[in-house]
Design a protein around this ligand. Sequence first.
Ligand SMILES: N[C@@H](CCC(=O)N[C@@H](CS)C(=O)NCC(=O)O)C(=O)O
Length: 218
Amino acid sequence: MLTIYGVYRSRASRTLWLANELGLSFEHVPVIQHYRLADPTAADAPLNTRSPRFLAVNPNGHVPSIDDDGVVLHESLAINLYLAKKHGGPLAPANLAEDGQMTMWSLWAATEVETHALNVLYHRLGNPQGAKDPALADAAVAALRQPFAVLDAALARHGHPVGGRFTVADINLAEVVRYAQAAPELFEAAPRVKAWLAACQARPAFRKMWEARDREPA
Ligand SMILES: N[C@@H](CCC(=O)N[C@@H](CS)C(=O)NCC(=O)O)C(=O)O
């Protein structure tokens, strides 16, 4: 049995989307970020990233985590690579070269894009008024121009980052690039990235994840 820990409004969305793509049945345990609660230690607090019961699963205190018949994994992008490879099919690497490319793009998303993209999200959209720093958002947009050009060029070659088809690499990349959507100027300058992300987000498995996310309290 596969258990996925983490609310939809977290990086667990990546794994929940992938699980939908693969048609997996799973138990969803909606662990919420502790900082979204007034008192995460209160007796009646919902299961959160500081709950002892969750820390026993992931001592890092972050979501997502999975327990796949005793295989306990953390790190959203690594979880997705593992599940794709375990279940095979078109989402998974067809050979070692594709495996390397999928790992490369996933690490690229985490190291070259994610921090800047989150700064765009928080400082243009997510943070409350007064905690938004427009200069920080603009600096993040500037830092993302080069990675967006790199991804745009890769998509120009094959339509997808790996193998000329939709794979787990698309999911891992799309879920990180999504955070920068509050900067339309980045997407106007990288039209293939814009079209590719729209196609990723039009997939029924993404829509199913997003609708469940919308049903969760903000
Ligand atoms: N690199 C990790 C980051 C995990 C992470 O920071 N998750 C956030 C939610 S999106 C979290 O659990 N925050 C709650 C906390 O730090 O208590 C991954 O990709 O899984």
